[in-house]
Design a binder for this molecule. Structure first.
Ligand code: PLP
Length: 365
């Protein structure tokens, strides 16, 4: 199988060696072992630090999408109102998912190269539509945009919106996420972005308010959140938990906390700044309209005129480097450099940017 020495894809990210080692341990198979319950509790408290919350955390088998779907289906019933704030593929997508669940959805839509910084528009929509839930994507990975989750949270609080649903899959661990301070009821994460683990767990921090609605909705299914409210206390999980995945996540979140969250955030910021500087020096253009809204975990660059994405991708791969393309309306228009988790590493990025510079020269951009 072909492998690449310079992995700069924005998820699934390269898996840290220490994390991979946690998968190589044999843990035994039962889900009721006291060792497993202790591990789950440890991961929960580590994630609570990383997500800035005291709320209980559900670890569901699957990946980020299982958290996104499960939280929607568990907290919203057909006919209820969901206001989707959308600035990119995931933001618009969550609106579509809520519609599929039967919700009455209104979207406050922005261009893909913009963040939801026009809060007056958001406020107006909340005031008029009176949603049960507001949804937001903190870091739009396909377009490299950071949305103002704190400011939207303040509006959610001011207008007593019952539920605030935030996709923090690609920011959690690489940028401050303060679920309690920002009044987030359903804070969603995954393992294969900043945690640099395998794509095997969906993470949801659930507020007391959200548990109340989850009870009321009564959704049952493989991706239901309800059983996780009592799973740890009762030592009874809805299905066999993925012990290896939970151990991997424990190691991954432990690494971030040992490093120090502020230090990890600074490392991501520095990685992002370095990539942006190098890319612009090559004569390439960044995608976000306002650099201040760029994500610290991913840099999104316009595919240069006259060069196709496929050609660029092939030339990079020939040199052992793999980056991300994009999808939806951005397919072939931009490419993405993922510098999250283990990939927010200056040696790796230096090699990556040197390689990109060679390819840009070769292709005569
Ligand atoms: C990666 C990602 C997800 C989860 O998608 P998966 O396909 O499960 O990895 C959700 N939201 C955002 C913003 C992401 O970057």
């Amino acid at each position: 199988m072909q492998t690449y020495e310079i992995p700069l894809v924005p998820g699934p990210t390269a898996v840290c060696q220490e994390v991979l080692a946690a998968y190589q341990v044999d843990y035994g198979s039962a889900d009721l072992e006291p060792e497993f319950l202790k591990l789950y509790g440890d991961v929960q408290s580590q994630l609570q630090h990383i997500m800035g919350t005291q709320n209980q955390i559900a670890l569901m088998s699957g990946e980020g999408m299982v958290a996104l779907w499960g939280a929607l289906k568990s907290a919203v019933q057909p006919g209820e109102k969901v206001l989707a704030i959308a600035t990119g593929v995931f933001g618009y997508g969550i609106g579509d998912m809520a519609r599929a669940v039967g919700a009455e959805v209104e979207t406050v839509g922005f261009d893909y190269d913009q963040a939801a910084t026009d809060l007056a528009r958001v406020e107006k929509a909340i005031r008029r539509f009176r949603p049960k839930m507001v949804t937001l994507v903190h870091c739009e990975t396909p377009s490299g945009i950071m949305n103002p989750a704190a400011e939207v949270g303040a509006l959610v609080g001011a207008y007593d919106v019952p539920l605030y649903y935030v996709d923090a899959v690609a920011s959690m661990g690489g940028a401050p996420v303060k679920a309690d301070e920002w009044r987030i009821d359903l804070c969603l994460g995954g393992t294969q972005k900043v945690f640099s683990s395998l794509p095997d767990l969906g993470i949801v921090a659930v507020s007391e308010r959200a548990w109340g609605f989850i009870d009321e909705v009564g959704y049952q299914g493989y991706d239901a959140l309800a059983p996780f409210r009592t799973a740890l206390a009762d030592a009874y999980f809805p299905y066999t938990p993925n012990w290896h995945a939970v151990a991997g996540l424990c190691t991954a979140s432990g690494l971030l906390l040992d490093e120090g969250l502020e230090v990890a955030f600074a490392r991501h910021k520095e990685a992002a700044a370095y990539c942006r500087k190098r890319v612009q020096e090559m004569g390439l253009s960044l995608f976000p309209r306002d650099p201040a809204t760029s994500a610290p975990t991913v840099t999104v660059v316009k595919v240069p005129e006259g060069v196709g994405w496929n050609q660029l991708d092939a030339a990079l791969r020939r040199r052992g480097m793999v980056v991300g393309g994009s999808y939806g309306p951005l397919a072939d228009k931009v490419f993405r450099l993922g510098h999250m988790g283990c990939q927010a590493d200056m040696d790796l990025l230096e090699r990556g940017m040197d390689t990109l510079a060679e390819v840009v020269q070769e292709l005569g951009v």
